[in-house]
Design a protein around this ligand. Structure first.
Ligand code: ZN
Length: 544
């Protein structure tokens, strides 16, 4: 006998839980995996019909297996409804921006604040939401779940269906073993295009790591202590580290871009490192990595997240550290360090509706320098060139490259407009850094100051149809990995900038930052590697 959820409406589809799961799995395989298929087939020589069918079958079986353990007559509809919506969003951004939903991208998505997220809601979402979520939801709404027989036979059917799906998955893998194995070897990142398994897997991975890293952080550099120079230099020493956002070297005037996007810095005696590689391609990877001793050379996400940062080490040695943020937080690197937001300190004129332009980061700097004593580090975390709304990152007077894209949906703008808006935002960062340098310069008679600026990662501006950033590191283009880095120091101070300028001609990376900061502040620890510190041998108060 049939048992129904409710009285049958005018038109209904009678289906078992298993049929529903199968339908959803087939729908996803056909509707949201085009990039996976085209990527897989691009690397497949010869006839591809059998291979395509095998891949399709494997996708259906995989998604059926993933959902079957959680789908009951009570849970299947809410579960599928949620997943239709989430998958529609995932597919939209994957196709629009060329992104891969790997764990690091998902961590970035989960940590995004409301302001950042709201800039991604654009009208182009609507067709995808209607087609990929609206349509299946409509069908789901009309489905009447049926069950034939008692719970033992229901259990039997479920176990059998799982068995068949598993057999199909294993069968296709065995049948296409050669091409699949070479695919997984050569294009590992393709698995992050399998939708919706990609975000389910990435979410589980992120939460798993979060749980493991939730305990107290492992101290680093417990032997950190003040160097010799602390005892014989009486002047206060200040390092202002500006952590940039999404600025890429390719568009940086000082790095040889055809456009002058750094007109103010170009007139100042700054040292530009012209070949700097970032640790990651998104903030969630790069920022913790920049403040760790491991860096990209020995990158290990769990260890980095589970350990103290450079800032904790500096504080232990006696450096006074402060973090000031104009973004969605410091990604754990300022835990245990005094920190504040630009919105909390900035004037209303720079922070309309609570969202600040980066100049708010400089609020009160003059007074702070006037009272500076000992050794201090101030970290300024910029909003920089955070996309896609580059045009919101600068005040109107910096709209010098025109016409600039003024649409959050970059696909509605020409490439020229996108680059113009992006370059205008760089002009504003140039202004911020030059203002900072001039402020530090004004206190040169009393304070020995150094400014270090380095961006966290680069950005794609439509090259190869890629936008924004966050591609898996091994396949990310140079535009996302090459970043500007600039150092300025008080003339005649502890740092010989002419010497540093010669070092700046060599390739550098985020891995150098940890050691550079230790060198500039003369903090001694066994973690310090002189060869990794570009300022080593360029400091006047330290005998090499
Ligand atoms: Zn970033």
């Amino acid at each position: 006998m049939d048992t129904a959820d409710t009285d049958p409406p005018r038109w209904t589809i009678n289906a078992r839980v298993e049929t529903l799961l199968l339908g959803a799995s087939v729908f996803w395989a056909l509707a949201v995996n085009q990039r996976f298929f085209s990527g897989a087939l691009a690397g497949h020589p010869g006839s591809s019909l059998g291979f395509t069918l095998a891949l399709g079958l494997a996708l259906v079986a995989l998604h059926f297996l993933l959902l079957a353990p959680f789908a009951t007559r009570v849970t299947v509809k809410p579960l599928l409804a949620l997943m239709f919506v989430a998958t529609a969003f995932a597919a939209h951004y994957m196709n629009r921006l060329g992104i891969y939903l790997d764990p690091s991208m998902l961590r970035n998505v989960l940590r995004t604040d409301v302001r950042e997220a709201s800039e991604l809601f654009t009208p182009s979402l609507l067709p995808d939401l209607l087609l990929l979520a609206g349509l299946p939801l409509l069908v789901l709404w009309r489905v009447r779940l049926v069950r034939r027989g008692g719970w033992t036979s229901a259990l039997g059917i479920r176990v059998a269906s799982i068995g068949i799906a598993a057999a199909l998955l294993v069968g296709t893998v065995v049948a296409q073993y050669q091409p699949l194995a070479s695919l997984m070897r050569n294009q590992k990142e393709l698995r992050y295009l399998v939708t919706p398994a990609n975000y389910l897997w990435s979410m589980a991975s992120v939460f798993g790591r979060e749980a493991r890293a939730s305990g107290p952080k492992t101290p680093i550099g417990t032997d950190a202590r003040p160097g010799e120079s602390w005892h014989h230099s009486a002047r206060p020493r200040v390092v202002v580290l500006v952590v940039g956002e999404t600025a890429r070297a390719a568009n940086w005037g000082l790095d040889g871009y055809t456009r002058q996007t750094t007109p103010q810095l170009a007139t100042l005696p700054v040292v530009a490192f012209r070949d700097v590689t970032s640790c990651g391609t998104n903030t969630e990877v790069s920022v913790p990595c920049m403040f760790s001793a491991l860096g990209r050379r020995r990158y290990d996400e769990d260890t980095i997240r589970g350990s103290e940062s450079l800032l904790n080490l500096l504080a232990r040695a006696g450096v006074r550290v402060r973090w000031r943020d104009n973004q969605a937080g410091c990604k754990g690197v300022c835990d245990g360090v005094p920190s504040e937001t630009a919105a909390a300190v900035g004037p209303a004129s720079l922070c309309p509706d609570g969202h600040c332009l980066d100049e708010a980061l400089l609020t009160g700097l003059d007074g702070w320098l006037a009272q500076a004593t000992g050794r201090q580090v101030l970290v300024l975390h910029q909003l920089g060139n955070h996309g896609p709304a580059y045009f919101r990152r600068y005040p109107p007077e910096f709209e010098r490259f025109k016409p600039a894209c003024r649409d959050e949906d970059l696909r509605n703008c020409s490439r020229e407009q996108i680059v113009n808006a992006y370059d205008n935002a760089l002009l504003y960062t140039d202004h911020l850094l030059a203002t900072l340098v001039r402020t530090l310069q004004a206190h040169a008679d009393r304070v020995d100051a150094t400014m270090v600026y380095v961006s966290d990662h680069g950005e794609s501006l439509g090259e190869n149809n890629l936008f924004l950033h966050g591609l898996p590191y091994p396949i990310a283009p140079q535009e996302q990995k090459k970043v500007p880095m600039v150092v300025w120091s008080t003339a005649g101070g502890s740092l010989d900038t002419a010497c540093l300028g010669r070092r700046a001609a060599l390739p550098a990376s985020h891995d150098n930052l940890f050691h550079l900061m230790l060198g500039l502040l003369d903090v001694q620890t066994s973690l310090y590697e002189p060869a990794m510190d570009p300022s080593h041998g360029c400091r006047r108060d330290v005998t090499p």
